[in-house]
Design a protein around this ligand. Structure first.
Ligand code: NAD
Length: 321
């Protein structure tokens, strides 16, 4: 069995490799070559932790496994460790033997950023120039860095409930030599692409905050009850997702479906656009919305890629198991 420790991931994994792995597995999901197992997420009644598993099998890539982990809210203050902790386990689909154990913390950030980036590549207008960020926390910086590579953006605008966090976005914009402007939510009408990545439980972005032709990637809502945008915005948009079952249960679409504004059948897997069985954006005026709920296969895809890179570079630790 191979081990790739968390400390090695930053030097091994690139945004390009994460993008390629996520794009490929989204296409495999839409072609029914890959599927996710039901998600387990439990409040374990210890340290206020939420712990769970996200797994799946990709028949085309022969990737089988799971990500185990969750959220330990006391880690940072009490132990100086990050609150999100996860590990990916890969198994040989031919024998069931454990194949690899991979640090999953940075990989989770990279695969989440890759998902909105893949949606921008396939759904945003080619002439998109202004990108708007709703959210300015840890994950927002990863989303913005990856998004900026997809179009010839010339400006970043941002809104956050906690404005003191906005310099996080300004810093990433500066890395790309782009101007940054803090805006009110109405100011998001200037954006051609919007990425939302917050821990909100109530709508932030309303239907009239978004202009025709915009592409929105909703990335924060990954649990029942969370919400970043108004259900009316989903009714107005053409809705895409990583996985429809998650979109309507734990994703942004849960609210629009519950309100009877859209149905599961109205939602298209992004993989269908990647694979060419759906045309994607149909006009320059259409609003497209990607509901990125975060699937286990994304984790397995980036973990498999990093194991290959670690083996190539002689960094993977081999243990008898
Ligand atoms: P973080 O704690 O670093 O940042 C949280 C962000 O949400 C900040 O911008 C904060 O100002 C904002 N926020 C907090 N409470 C809010 C509220 N009540 N209303 C509006 N905004 C609020 O967290 P992070 O690591 O940046 O993660 C952000 C979100 O993304 C989390 O909810 C996380 O669960 C989710 N996430 C989703 C995926 C996925 O695959 N879809 C993957 C990773 C993280």
């Amino acid at each position: 069995m191979l081990i790739v420790p968390e400390r090695e991931i930053a030097d091994l994994m690139t945004r390009e490799a994460a993008f390629a792995a996520v794009e490929k597995v989204f296409a495999a999901m839409a072609a029914d070559d890959a599927y996710n197992f039901p998600v387990v997420r439990e409040a374990i009644g210890h340290e206020d932790a939420l712990y769970g598993f996200k797994g799946g099998f990709d028949r085309s890539g022969l990737t089988l496994g799971l990500k185990a982990g969750g959220y330990w809210p006391n880690n940072l203050e009490e132990r100086g460790m990050i609150n999100h902790q996860s590990t990916v386990f890969l198994f040989d689909p031919n024998t069931g033997r454990a194949k690899a154990m991979v640090g999953g913390n940075l990989l989770t950030a990279l695969r989440t950023a890759a998902a909105s980036s893949v949606s921008i590549r396939h759904l945003a207008r080619e002439d998109a120039r202004v990108i708007g960020m709703v959210g300015a926390g840890h994950q927002a910086t990863f989303q913005l860095r990856a998004a900026l590579e997809q179009r010839d953006f010339d400006k970043v605008i941002g809104w956050n409930l906690h404005p003191e966090m906005l310099p996080n976005l300004e810093k990433v914009a500066a890395e790309a030599s782009l101007p940054f402007e803090a805006v009110e939510l109405e100011g998001m009408r200037e954006a051609d692409v919007i990425v939302s990545i917050t821990s909100s439980f109530a709508p932030i972005l309303l239907a009239d905050h978004v202009s025709q032709g915009c592409h929105i990637a909703c990335m924060g809502t990954d649990t029942r009850g969370k919400q970043e945008v108004a259900p009316e915005l989903l009714a107005k948009a053409t809705v895409f997702t990583d996985e429809v079952a998650q979109s309507v249960s734990i994703g942004e679409a849960q609210h629009a479906v519950a309100a009877g504004l859209i149905r599961a059948d109205d939602i298209t897997q992004l993989g269908a656009v990647i694979g060419g069985t759906h045309t994607g954006r149909s006009s320059a005026e259409e609003i497209t919305l990607f509901d990125g709920t975060g699937v286990g296969l994304q984790d397995l895809a980036v973990a498999a890629a990093v194991v290959d890179l670690a083996v190539e570079k002689g960094i993977a630790i081999e243990v008898d198991f």
